[in-house]
Design a protein around this ligand. Structure first.
Ligand SMILES: C[S@@+](CC[C@H](N)C(=O)[O-])C[C@H]1O[C@@H](n2cnc3c(N)ncnc32)[C@H](O)[C@@H]1O
Length: 430
């Protein structure tokens, strides 16, 4: 397919996403099934167009004075991918699969700039209702933070130190220009491509099949390291899901001690069994969600990890459709779930044990506010100093700006080049 056909396909996929309220991944898959002539390169390019349109939806729509799928996709082609609008129209004229040519009005708008006095949420490419929360989280930098959240993410891997070393992973992925991550000592990263670049499929690499590495954002690796698990500890991973953090924790503990991996949702937990095997993680007991699943662990854990269900606002780079679907009601629901989990999970700690509260959110409601409410209700807990946590995990000072007012650590694309994550380590009095 040539560019005009890819643009038409992206408009069709985005229309499907909007009208049927489908996740982008589903709409792209359905398009691929109905258009079997399209190759992997076409599908990747169409996916990039759709995701880029959603990443900068507010600013593209403002420039075009139109938030239709057509306006957004054409804006990506010109504003993000650098195509010349007149040349696009020339190519549309000779392609049966092209969109309608750009109108005089579209041509006039598409190369314009946003006025400097545009509303902050448009400059930041975030929903308007979140501007106050983001201002509270980031002060004057909130627009720059939003803009960094609208960029494409890198592809990050975590070396599984139970089976390999970073040098070996780097060598096996040299053809993808893999380089070490800046902060995680076990991370490997491949920069985000531009335009129609394809993301490498590393899960067919023999190193992956042998368990040398996992696909895991550097931010997730950093919070797993900050959790401070050490060999020999008894640890409960209370929201283990498919086990991304569990696997990192097992490696940090060198397979010594015990991790209990629990999740209230059986289907989310299901992939963990195969992943544990491939990773050679032997110190993990999976606890399926039965009513008495964790009764024997009350008061016994050195560390309880709560990788809480959250709005996922830290992952907007990867799932930009969720940015526009989030509502105040959904945020309130997540906040209530987190509070209930914190109140419940504290009982598994032994005196002197540490509760590690993690979200992949950048919103203070789910982060510092949630921790402040927990500390107010649980005066036998106190936050550990973020600088000391960072020093212990990475042997260096924490990057500027990551320590929060509530003694948490907040990672963002702008501050740490990672997805957005939050961690607060809450120690129970001995
Ligand atoms: C952020 S995800 C976990 C991701 C996982 N730790 C990883 O690193 O791959 C949050 C998880 O919390 C689980 N969850 C939600 N409510 C829960 C509850 N009340 N008790 C335990 N787990 C819960 C969800 O099923 C979901 O798998």
């Amino acid at each position: 397919m040539r560019l005009p056909g890819r643009l038409s396909a992206a408009i069709a996929v985005l229309t499907d996403v909007e009208t049927r309220k489908r996740p982008v991944s589903e709409a792209l898959k359905a398009w691929g099934i109905n258009n079997r002539f399209a190759g992997a390169g076409d599908r990747a390019a169409i996916g990039n167009l759709v995701y880029d349109a959603l990443r900068r939806r507010a600013s593209h729509a403002a420039i075009m004075a139109d938030d239709s799928p057509r306006a957004l996709v054409l804006a990506v082609a010109v504003r993000d991918w650098g195509h010349d609008p007149a040349a696009l129209n020339d190519s549309f004229a000779t392609d049966d699969h092209a969109p309608e040519p750009l109108s005089a009005d579209e041509l006039a708008r598409i190369t314009g700039q946003l006025p400097d006095d545009s509303a902050g949420h448009i400059l930041a490419d975030v929903p308007e209702w979140l501007a106050p929360s983001l201002t509270r989280a980031f002060g004057d930098s909130w627009i720059a933070e939003g803009q960094a959240m609208a960029a494409r993410p890198s592809l990050d891997l975590r070396t599984n130190t139970l089976k390999s070393q970073r040098e070996r992973v780097l060598k096996s992925l040299a053809r993808f220009n893999a380089v070490p991550t800046a902060i995680s000592p076990v991370g490997v990263t491949m920069p985000a491509g531009s335009g129609d670049a394809r993301t490498p499929n590393v899960t067919t690499d023999e190193g992956y099949l042998k368990g040398w590495f996992e696909v895991q954002d550097q931010g997730s690796q950093i919070v797993a390291a900050l959790a401070g698990a050490s060999p020999g500890e008894q640890l409960l991973d209370f929201c283990a899901g498919a086990g991304g953090k569990t696997l990192a924790l097992a490696a940090a503990m060198a397979n010594k001690g015990q991790i209990f991996a629990y999740d209230s949702d059986r289907s989310r937990l299901a992939p963990i069994y195969d992943r544990l095997k491939r990773n050679g993680a032997h110190n993990v007991q999976v606890r399926a969600p039965l009513p008495d699943a964790l009764d024997d662990l009350v008061g016994k854990m050195d560390r309880v990890i709560i990788d809480a269900p959250c709005t996922g606002t830290g992952t907007w780079r990867r799932r930009p459709d969720t940015k526009w679907k989030l509502s105040p009601e959904l945020l309130a629901q997540r906040v209530a779930e987190q509070a209930a989990i914190l109140a419940h999970a504290r009982r598994f700690l032994k005196p002197g044990g540490t509760l590690i509260y993690i979200t992949c959110s950048i919103l203070p409601e789910e982060n510092d506010d949630q921790v402040a409410a927990f500390l107010a209700a649980n005066p036998d807990f106190a936050s550990l100093d973020p600088q000391s946590l960072w020093q212990a995990a990475f042997g260096a000072e924490a990057p500027a700006g990551v320590a929060t007012a509530g003694a948490g650590i907040a990672l963002t694309p702008r501050l740490t080049g990672t997805d957005g994550f939050y961690l607060n380590a809450l120690r129970r009095n001995p």
